[in-house]
Design a protein around this ligand. Structure first.
Ligand code: OAD
Length: 230
């Protein structure tokens, strides 16, 4: 096998915005409509699990109705010429549906449910709701397979190892507000080239960085052209 250049894409809610999924922190975003600690934290789950189930059941239902966009697709197409790993904070499955093959989900996946005591006891539920009273194999309440605020991020080391080997890192549609995900780019080798695609200002400054101030689809199209030229 030829020695392919390694690309790691760090993606966030912005890459799925043009598919119709609302981001979290933009104006009109989910965290303006909901209290993040009520619906996306382990304390929120303990306090009002039914509310949390409803929140993620709604997200899952919406996911069935949306489609990957050109940004997801271009990322998948890059696999023809590069060794691409997608590290996403997103819990949607749009990278999978666009055809990417190596995807690390830092914050879990909407189409999964898990035991509320054992994070490794995960089942695929597709797009159906999780009901209150529905049990995992170990008898505990089924909960969304989501990494909430207040919980460890089990995939972070795998993701950091991938970034540490990257020749190129592409950051797409994340406000870089949430750690440890936001710190991943710091693992990139000194000589790696970094591209950041976002229509808004993202407070990140690093070495070798090129900012493409565009929405994800236009930005990925631009980056693709740049990569063909070089
Ligand atoms: P945010 O909502 O914090 O940030 C979205 C980013 O996408 C912002 O920088 C926007 O400017 C950008 N954006 C908006 N529209 C875009 C478009 N069409 N194309 C490209 N970029 C666009 O989302 P994340 O950074 O992904 O975690 O949020 C990180 C985590 O915070 C999420 O995984 C979630 C949330 O709380 C949990 O719930 C555990």
């Amino acid at each position: 096998m030829k020695d392919q250049k390694k690309i790691v894409a760090l993606t966030g809610a912005g890459i799925s915005a043009e598919s119709g999924i609302t981001t979290f922190r933009d104006s009109g975003g989910l965290w303006e409509q909901y209290d993040v600690m009520e619906v996306a934290s382990i304390d929120g789950w303990r306090k009002n699990p039914q509310l949390v189930l409803r929140f993620y059941n709604d997200r899952r239902k919406q996911l069935e109705e949306v489609k990957p966009n050109a940004a997801h697709r271009i990322l998948a197409e890059l696999e023809k010429d590069f060794d691409v790993t997608v590290v996403t904070q997103n819990v949607d499955n749009l990278h999978e549906r666009a055809g990417s093959s190596k995807i690390i989900h830092l914050h879990g996946e909407l189409t999964g449910a898990r035991s509320s005591v054992n994070p490794d006891m995960i089942v695929d539920i597709g797009y159906r709701p999780i009901e209150w009273g529905e049990k995992a194999e170990d008898g505990s309440q089924l909960r969304p397979h989501i990494v909430w605020f207040g919980e460890a991020v089990p995939m972070i080391e795998t993701a950091a190892d991938a970034v540490a080997l990257a020749d190129m890192v592409i950051i797409i549609g994340t406000s870089l507000n949430v750690y440890p995900a936001a710190g991943l780019v710091g693992y990139a080798p000194r000589n790696a080239s970094i591209y950041l695609i976002d229509p808004n200002d993202v407070p990140y400054s690093g070495r070798n960085i090129t900012i493409i101030r565009e929405k994800a689809t236009a930005g990925m199209e631009k980056l693709k052209q740049l990569m063909i030229v070089h």
